[in-house]
Design a protein. Structure first.
Length: 166
C-alpha cells in the first residue's frame, strides 16, 4: 500500500514482521497468492461494512468518502486495489480479476445508493463509477504529496461541481 505491488518483495514483508522469508512461502506460495488473499479480504471487509449500514443514502456517500480518506489513510497509503494500478499490464490475470471484483462490489453498492437518492439505473451506475474513480484519484493524489488536504480538496472541488473549463 506504500510501494505498489511491484515495489515490494517477500523479503520486505519478512523483515517487517520479523520472520524468515521461507515462513511466508509456507502460507503463500507466490506473491500473487498473497495479493489475491489481501484483495479478497478487502472485498469481504467492504461487503461486511456495507451490509450493516443503517444510514440515509446521503450519509452512505459521506461514509464511503470517509472510508477512503480515514480508514484507508489518505496521504499515507493507497488502497490495496489501487496499489496494483502502476504495474497493471504485468500483474497476473488472477490478481487483476480480484481487483475488478473489488471495483464491481463497490460500483454495485454505490449504484444502489444513488438509486436510493432517486437516480435512474443508467445514471445511478454512471455516478457510481464516477464516485469510485473520484475517491481512487483523490487517494492517489494525496499519496503523491503525502498530504490528506489534497484528498479533501479533490472532494471539495467535486462537491462544488467546479467546471473543468471556463
Amino acid at each position: 500500500m506504500t510501494r505498489s505491488y511491484l515495489g515490494f518483495s517477500f523479503q520486505d514483508i519478512a523483515d517487517r514482521v520479523g520472520i524468515r522469508k521461507p515462513s511466508l512461502y509456507h502460507h503463500f506460495a507466490t506473491k500473487d497468492a498473497l495479493a489475491i488473499e489481501i484483495l479478497r479480504r478487502s472485498r469481504t471487509s467492504f461487503q461486511r461494512w456495507t451490509a450493516g449500514m443503517q444510514l440515509t443514502a446521503a450519509k452512505k456517500i459521506e461514509a464511503y468518502i470517509r472510508m477512503y480518506r480515514d480508514t484507508l489513510g489518505a496521504g499515507r497509503v493507497m488502497c490495496p486495489a489501487g496499489a496494483l494500478a502502476p504495474g497493471w499490464d504485468v500483474v497476473d490475470p488472477a490478481v487483476r480479476e480480484e481487483v475488478r471484483l473489488i471495483r464491481q462490489v463497490q460500483i454495485d453498492w454505490l449504484t444502489e445508493v444513488f438509486t436510493e437518492l432517486g437516480e435512474r439505473a443508467p445514471r445511478a451506475r454512471a455516478r457510481a463509477g464516477h464516485m469510485f474513480a473520484l475517491c481512487q484519484g483523490a487517494l492517489a493524489t494525496a499519496r503523491m504529496t503525502g498530504d490528506v488536504a489534497e484528498f479533501d480538496e479533490v472532494i471539495a472541488t467535486a462537491r462544488r461541481g467546479a467546471p473543468l473549463s471556463p
